[in-house]
Design a protein around this ligand. Sequence first.
Ligand code: COA
Length: 319
Amino acid sequence: MFIKFAGTGSYLPPKVVDNFEISRMVDTSDEWIQTRTGVVTRHIAEKDTVASMAAKAGRIALEDAGMRPEEIDMVIVSTVSAEQVLPCVACEVQKELGLVNASALDINSACSGFITGYQMVAGQMKAGMIKNALLIGSESLSNGVDWSDRSTCILFGDGAGAAVLRMECPPEELEVTCIMHADGSKGHHLTCSVGHGKHKVPFDEYYRMNGREIFKFAVKKVPEVIGEVLEKQGVSVEEIDYFVLHQANKRIIEGIARRLGQTEEKFPMNVMRNGNISSACIPMLLDEMSREGKIKPREKLVLAGFGAGLTWGGFYTEW
Ligand code: COA
């Protein structure tokens, strides 16, 4: 039996910024952005913080699961954009939602964060240490965007997605097929530093990215790891109903679909409306699909993420 996605939730801050507005800030155009990335609009947090968005998405996921706050054993928040280092965002969520029995921690494996979080939850469940977890991706990437850099400011957005994960069988019967990878030697392709520390040279508070390298990395490594996941699970690529991927760029997703030899209908997308919201993308897309009734019980899914670190990975599940 697989870990049950008992409930999902998401939150988008109300302010919407379209490509025309961006083209008044930097030398770009709606046509260029749409053609190269697929992005049309993104949401930008004004009053919201990473913690407030995480709590809002988390509350909706709990309600969707029909669970009480005290039933949650662990809350993990994946983020790279929190306004504060201490206390961690997960503790803020724990306080806000009254998760009185939950341990709480933040993780950072960038846009792979939801997959990493799932792997951590799965490990704890297999070890018999927890039964119910709240896993959240929450990002306010607009905090670290250089609005004068046209190669990055067009891509990112803000928001949060959450899932309540529940173990509904004894730990030894739990099926987990999740594979994560990292390559720190290519970490310099996507960077951002924070404002303290003695040895940070050079300091740059903004996201800096070698877009071409990240693009090539994603289109090569994501199909590879999906192949590894499928082989380990003993399922063919044709049997998969949906590939729920990190929403970095429409062209990256199309490239991955081509390499896997699958039709684009199997690759749902919301990057057009939301832009890239790092670790929030996958749970937000899952929530959207679930609420629209797009995913049916027992359908076969592969979820995969990739991003800074560099990190990438995926897992198989049945809905
Ligand atoms: N508007 C207009 N022109 C732009 C532009 C913009 N917003 N951004 C870059 N350009 C220009 C470049 O300056 C370059 O001009 P030049 O040929 O005169 O030097 C030209 O467009 C091509 O640049 P390039 O970087 O090769 O474009 P691209 O097709 O690779 O698209 C990205 C750039 C950033 C959209 C693309 O590389 C990408 O999406 N990469 C992955 C990024 C990502 O997903 N990051 C997060 C990972 S989790």
